[in-house]
Write a protein that binds this ligand. Structure first.
Ligand code: PMP
Length: 429
């Protein structure tokens, strides 16, 4: 153990050193009450706290851990790369291999640029779309989260929503005013906006399956229509597949829904657990990036060989094992357990689930957008969260996040999880 916990409360110590005790707000338990446990190690589907308590993990490091934590193949790839040095500041073979792999697996990607976080990926993709179109405005959907860059922290989901700051302090009005916010799943609103501003919108950015205010699925035909409108008005369509890339399938939502966005952002799974992200897409647009073109973007650690090696190992594992059907089966087991618990308890619930992603809303009607999410009963979520944690199952500490299943949840672990969640829903006061 790195720090002994016998005499001090470690989280109290964390709070003395870091705002809120955390390095990312979503890790705090403010929305559910209590204090987060501190993780000593993570293996497969299990987190072990510094107090030696074990939790079945449905947070999955907020997305990357699709093959379970500390996977031996990814670990071996990291160690092999580590042996050659921690970073070179020159092009390296690992970045080439990861770029080639993503281009091979995701048909819309003709060229790609590696960065270090999802925030950087979306921020840079938007700058690129603006440079390419020579337009300033972008459309974003309320409740979608695309990281914490200024123009995207407007009606944002995830921690921004959990902590009641969907519009962050510190973002100048003039920056945010270039971001047009529309409701998801409402094509008329998009059409109206394009009619008003036919030649001003550089990009539409969206999570094609929004997963940062719980999980919301697009209505049939919605994504196709967005693509058609973007093509008609010369607007760059950016799919933010930071969550969904390589999780919904090797080709992400775009492959599942058969839609070709102009640009795509990735993070999480493509780093195999290390800080790696990327944006890529049509060569015609990507060639506007420096040093080929006039849109500047850079990064000292971008393409870091250890991160690239980890990401490459993760993608190769997914390609070899194609776990998506099995992950979906596990998703259905969880969904059914939650539905059964709610039915027996007599409380209305919605359980959106796609493959290894799921969430649950205490609501009578399907949840189609951010306003629907705000109407749900997040107090019930608190009860479920607490019950589950007590029984050794860790859900994201917010009603507005999505749960992730990994391949390591198989067998007894998924059965046990289903039982805990069934009972947790029945425990709602
Ligand atoms: N886009 C989406 C869809 C995300 O879910 C997130 C983070 N959860 C981001 C962007 C930002 O990524 P990061 O936290 O790596 O900056």
């Amino acid at each position: 153990m790195l720090i002994q916990e016998t005499e001090v409360n470690l989280f109290e110590e964390c709070k003395k050193c870091m705002p809120g005790g955390v390095n990312s707000p979503v890790r705090a338990f403010n929305a559910v009450g209590g204090e987060p446990f501190i993780t000593e190690r993570a293996d497969g589907a299990i987190l072990t706290s510094t107090q030696g308590k074990k939790y079945i993990d449905f947070v999955g490091a907020w997305g990357p851990a699709i093959m379970g934590h500390n996977h031996p193949t990814i670990k071996a790839a990291i160690l092999e790369a580590l042996d050659k040095g921690t970073g070179f500041g020159t092009p390296n073979s690992y970045e080439l291999l990861l770029a080639k792999k993503i281009i091979e697996l995701v048909p819309s990607i003709e060229k790609i640029r590696m960065v270090n976080s999802g925030t950087e990926a979306t921020m840079s993709a938007i700058r690129l779309a603006r440079g390419y179109t020579r337009r300033d405005k972008i459309i974003k959907f309320s409740g979608c989260y695309h990281g914490h860059s200024d123009g995207l922290l407007v009606k944002a989901g995830s921690g921004a929503l959990t902590f009641g700051h969907p519009d962050s302090a510190g973002v100048p009005y003039s920056f945010a005013s270039e971001t047009i916010i529309l409701p998801f799943n409402d094509i008329e609103e998009i059409e109206k906006t394009f009619i008003q501003l036919p030649d001003q919108i550089a990009a539409i950015i969206l999570e094609p399956y929004p997963a940062n205010c719980g999980l919301i699925l697009p209505l049939p035909g919605y994504l196709k229509k967005l693509k058609e409108l973007c093509t008609k008005y010369g607007t760059v369509l950016i799919f933010d597949e930071v969550m969904t890339g390589f999780r919904i399938g090797l080709g992400g939502v775009q492959e599942k829904e058969n839609i070709t966005p102009d640009l795509t952002t990735f993070a999480k799974i493509i780093g195999g657990g290390l800080p790696v992200a990327a944006f890529g897409g049509k060569e015609e647009i990507m060639k506007y990036l420096a040093p080929e073109g006039p849109v500047y973007q850079a990064g000292t650690l971008s393409g870091n060989p250890i991160g690239m090696a980890a990401g490459l190992a993760a993608l190769k594992l997914l390609e070899q094992e194609l776990p998506y059907q099995n992950l979906n089966k596990m998703g259905i087991i969880i969904k059914e357990a939650i539905l059964q618990g709610a039915k027996e308890k007599g409380i209305p619930i919605q359980v959106p689930q796609v493959g290894s992603m799921f969430s649950f809303f205490f609501s009578e009607k399907p949840v189609l957008n951010y306003n629907d999410v705000l109407e749900t009963k997040s107090n019930h979520f608190k009860c479920v969260f607490k019950y589950a944690l007590e029984k050794g199952l860790f859900l994201p500490p917010s009603a507005f996040e999505t749960c992730f299943i990994s391949t390591a949840h198989k067998g007894e672990i998924i059965e046990r999880s289903a039982e805990i969640l069934y009972k947790a829903i029945k425990s709602v006061a």
